[in-house]
Design a protein around this ligand. Structure first.
Ligand SMILES: Cc1cc2nc3c(=O)[nH]c(=O)nc-3n(C[C@H](O)[C@H](O)[C@H](O)COP(=O)(O)OP(=O)(O)OC[C@H]3O[C@@H](n4cnc5c(N)ncnc54)[C@H](O)[C@@H]3O)c2cc1C
Length: 591
């Protein structure tokens, strides 16, 4: 079995020393009790559940996968998943960040993000079951009625039921405007839904007594495209007057997918054959409704990348310490042993430091973004809320797009450190590579995140989020300009931030001249922006470590990893800049 120990020290460092979470949270509305002690206590409980319950069924869940029974159209999840879900629900985790109106504990989003990392590291496939439920609850809270909250959402928050997000259809993936599922109004105010959804995570399973589907569908008179999509709630079992599950609704899993990774997660084809459903929000405004939930879902998938990269790092580091192979280039370091360990090889250290440089800065980025969602939701000053909202909107495509891509590199490097042993299933690290592959695809592919960043957040919204972010980076650089110990980071960071602003201006002009330039530059712009964003997170981390009471070794490790990042990773921006400047002419028609 692969190792997993929740990185509580680094989580606490990011939350408290780097981000000053307590100070921000306790200044927000209803934030009195959101102290460091509370955050730390919750994290410790999450660590226990993940290490003791979720992590041990990660490999076995992958090996066993889900079972589909055609006769009953039911899915059995791998051994231990159901019991783990019960423990999770009994522990109150299903309502951790849900509002009190939903019956939740209304704890901060940043704490939810930190605990989610810990659960997802333990078992990514399992963690998809509660994750999809969360999106549904928030969507109905914002767009639904009180009666819908009472009927459909509260049992999910209590952990008795779960939820899904049913968007994708065979002909409608990135482009949801193409979806065809129909919803016919009925005399009693309900709707009958007919159509097929594919790739629905947790569409059918045995963890809970009912499943509520949040479904995008079209009303009979709906305009074509994305302006004609409405949102519906469709329960697996119709709900009786007393709120308990009644007769079976006409929605069922037609199959489950056999897939590369996250095999313990049931990915279902869902057939709606005149299923009873209920409209959420306004007719034809469903996509907009769903998009308000997108930030949380995309942040959650970014966290999946971090979670996998963290576990892969822990295991590859441990392997590199123990594996004896070859001698150091400068002569034996362990002369009494048959060979030195892998850590003496600079190239192995390069792979480990790459992983560490990504993991620790991505953690700060994701928690930083999550903290801004708390500010957006609860700050008393509307101007502060507005700024946070613009920052979040800007950072989400980076938090999702970049972190999930870096998780590919991280898990690949982890496997590489194992040599051929990494390719062998028994050693477990190949599962991380397979599990990671989905995260750049669902909740919007990397191409879609990049188009969102450049097309919407920079062009349409006139780069307001970027401006806030660059101002913050500028203020940090100014504050530390005379700080001798930070000079090697602050100089390059200030230079990169300035270059980022200039490149963005030039790119905007080019795109205004030819819209095709947007698609040609977008993914490189996402990486370019992301690497500078992480450089800022590294500089802040070193400043925070220096100012802390952590042991000298901790401070030195932060400093060394930051130096590695600035010397060997940040220069990747130059390659992306060159690709951006090469423009669309270098992407000729492909026959
Ligand atoms: C395991 C798994 C679980 C999933 N869970 C769910 C779920 O719970 N609910 C749900 O509704 N869906 C779910 N999905 C579906 C997932 O969200 C879609 O697969 C994803 O949105 C991509 O759609 P697609 O597969 O149709 O690819 P396409 O949209 O056909 O895209 C193919 C390629 O073209 C690129 N592309 C397309 N359009 C553009 C554009 N405008 N700009 C730039 N590039 C573009 C894409 O980036 C991609 O590389 C899941 C999928 C999988 C595999």
């Amino acid at each position: 079995m692969t190792l997993y120990k929740a990185p509580l020290d680094d989580l606490r460092f990011a939350l408290h020393e780097v981000l000053g979470a307590e100070q921000t949270l306790t200044s927000l509305q209803h934030g009195d009790g959101h102290t460091r002690d509370l955050l730390d206590a919750v994290l410790e409980e999450a660590a226990k559940l993940s290490e003791q319950v979720l992590a041990p069924i990660n490999a076995s869940g992958d090996e066993e996968g889900c079972h589909y029974d055609k006769a009953t159209a039911t899915v059995t999840t791998p051994k231990g998943f159901k019991e783990a879900y019960r423990q999770f629900a009994d522990g109150g985790w299903t309502g951790l960040t849900m509002s009190e109106a939903l019956g939740g504990q209304a704890l901060p989003g940043v704490l939810g993000t930190a605990t989610t990392e810990v659960f997802q590291s333990g078992n990514l496939a399992w963690s998809l079951y509660p994750m999809l439920s969360e999106g549904l609850c928030h969507a109905v809270e914002v767009h639904g009625t009180e009666a819908q909250v009472e009927r459909f959402v509260k049992p999910i928050v209590e952990g008795r039921w779960t939820g899904t997000m049913c968007l994708t259809e065979p002909q409608a993936g990135s482009d949801l405007g193409l979806l065809k599922t129909r919803a016919e109004p009925q005399a009693d105010g309900s709707y009958r839904l007919t159509g097929t959804k594919i790739f629905i995570s947790a569409g059918e399973h045995d963890l809970a007594e009912n499943i509520v589907h949040l479904v995008l569908a079209r009303l009979p008179d709906a305009p074509v495209g994305s302006r004609g999509i409405s949102l519906f709630l469709v329960p697996k079992f119709k709900i009786k007057a007393d709120g308990t599950p009644g007769e079976r609704n006409a929605v069922a899993a037609g199959a489950i997918e056999h897939k590369m990774g996250i095999r313990g997660s049931a990915t279902c084809v869902m057939n709606f054959d005149g299923a009873e459903g209920w409209l959420v929000g306004q007719p034809n405004k469903g996509l907009a409704g769903m998009f308000t939930m997108m930030n949380a879902a995309r942040l959650g998938v970014g966290v999946q990348g971090l979670a996998l990269a963290e576990r892969a790092l822990q295991n590859s580091l441990n392997y590199a310490r123990e594996r004896l192979q070859s001698r150091a280039l400068s002569g034996p370091k362990f002369p009494d042993k048959p060979a030195d360990n892998l850590l003496v090889q600079p190239d192995v250290r390069r792979m480990l430091l790459t992983q560490r440089a990504f993991v620790e800065s991505c953690r700060v980025l994701l928690l930083y973004t999550a903290l801004q969602t708390d500010v957006e939701a609860r700050a008393t000053d509307p101007a502060v809320r507005q700024r946070a909202s613009e920052l979040v909107a800007f950072l989400i495509p980076i938090a999702k797009g970049l972190v999930t891509e870096l998780a590919q590199e991280s898990t690949k490097e982890a496997l590489q450190i194992y040599g051929g042993h990494g390719y062998i299933a028994e050693n477990g690290v190949e599962q991380f590579v397979r599990d990671a592959r989905i995260i750049t695809l669902y909740e919007g592919t990397t191409g879609i995140q990049a188009a969102d960043l450049l097309g919407r957040k920079i062009l349409q919204l006139q780069g307001t989020g970027l401006k806030h972010f660059l101002e913050e980076v500028g203020a940090f650089c100014k504050q530390h300009a005379q700080d001798e110990s930070l000079r090697s980071l602050v100089g390059p960071l200030a230079f990169s931030a300035k270059a980022w602003g200039e490149l963005t201006m030039k790119l905007v002009q080019r795109v205004q001249g030819n819209p095709e330039e947007l698609g040609a530059a977008a993914v490189d712009y996402l990486y370019y922006s992301g690497y500078i964003t992480l450089a800022y997170m590294w500089a802040r981390s070193v400043a925070a470590a220096d100012a802390s009471n952590h042991p000298a070794a901790f401070k030195q490790a932060k400093r060394d990893t930051a130096a590695f990042y600035f010397a060997r990773i940040l220069p990747r921006t130059l390659v992306h800049q060159a690709a951006i400047e090469a423009g669309v002419d270098t992407l000729p028609a492909v026959a």
